[in-house]
Design a protein around this ligand. Sequence first.
Ligand code: MV4
Length: 495
Amino acid sequence: MKLSKILVANRGEIALRVMRSAREMGIATVAVYSEADRQALHVRYADEAVCIGPAPSGQSYLRGDKIIEACRQTGAEAIHPGYGFLSENAAFAREVSQAGLIFIGPSPESIQTMGSKLAAKAAAAQYNIPMVPGSAQAITDVSAAKSICRTIGYPVLIKASAGGGGKGMRVVERESEFEEQMQRAVSEAVSAFGDGSVFIEKYITSPKHIEIQVLGDQLGNIVHLFERECSIQRRHQKVVEEAPSSVLTPQIREAMGRSAVDVARACGYYGAGTVEFIVDEGLNYYFLEMNTRLQVEHPVTELITGVDLVKEQIRIAQGETLAFRQEDLQIRGHAIESRVYAEDPQNGFLPDIGRLQTYIRPQGPGIRVDDGFEQGMDIPIYYDPMIAKLVTYGQTRTDAINRMKRAIEEYQITGVETTLPFCHFVMQHEAFLSGQFDTHFVSRYFTPGLLQKAAEPLEAAIAAALIAMLHEGHQKPEQEITQSARSVSRWRERR
Ligand code: MV4
């Protein structure tokens, strides 16, 4: 069934990104917006727009009922949820189809299974997919849990089954700390997710976060589109991502790809999805969880494969067969994404909201900017402070890195502080250049004093550096989940 009009239940850069692909497919677009977003670019870009409520997302972008009503009003036949908001809400996906509309995404059952880490692991256990040693079920009995920990060995990690973003996660270094940490994890999980189920895993001390993009159609065909390396993150918020990973061998890439397809198959997956792994220093990989949405960092995969993931999502929702088989896909070149957040890297990455006084995008070969703002606009306080995704492409990783440095130097933003200087720092760091880094990159290597502000008068740069040096002594190091995490990375030694 060909769609003729879709509603995009999101805002900002991702709403625009989705509408662009829809328009290229000849599909009309409907925007929804909150009262804070009347002037937003996604509203102006859409063929039609419907206001769904006040600024707080609980009263607008999270109101499934109002969004379904907006479809009735405009005649939209399908809903693309983007990422965040309602994108991984199984109940919403079910309500959409009960209203006779198409949810552009996986089935409610897939969303529900993968929304529980324990259910996801249970589904994956039908296949031979590597998983971190730990408890297969929620732990309730402290002494039974301690005996599991004795078997797998400390340190262990307690995780919330319903968790996300590191919430409800506790590292336990020794048995004497176990009970207290378990109680904390349970109460954090109850208050954050309304579900206190927690389980245990062996703690991998220096992991890389590598995820595999998958696509499945409604006829049961599933392919993977290789990996994204997402280890450069702070407090579980990714800042720099790239594809492909510079450490995977073709053999490990193929094995991880096959495992990712198996995970998707285990829950009858269709649509676009991401299978998340951690990779240890010996390049052993372990399945952690699956994200059942389009991810923020999807453009790096699009650039190295030539596949428009949003168009594929729409084709899959239309019931079409995947247009390619696994052997049709290959990696061409290298792509890097820098997330431009309105946050101050000189000041603990605190959100720095305000008006974009100057906003001039970089241009030229190999540069893609996905954003939702123009010069003069305010960054609203109600939503995610991401201004843009700056993505560069090159034939080699070095080309993509040099292009990213050039693009960051061209990008002119005043009025708010951004993560751009931090991303520039990453592009020059020896650990990033060599590929020998893990998820602890930021806490291990970054201090605000190391940032140089580009394109500023020398005196101002010196003053900023002096101020940063004065502040450095007073700053608490970024809270990390373990002490041993601050030790030197062992990625290098093993290679
Ligand atoms: C882990 C881990 C080490 N060992 N599991 C964090 C968020 C969640 N999606 C999985 N996470 C981790 N799970 C075991 N058994 C380390 C992390 C982790 C992490 C993972 C990916 C990206 C960034 C991270 C930062 C800190 C910890």
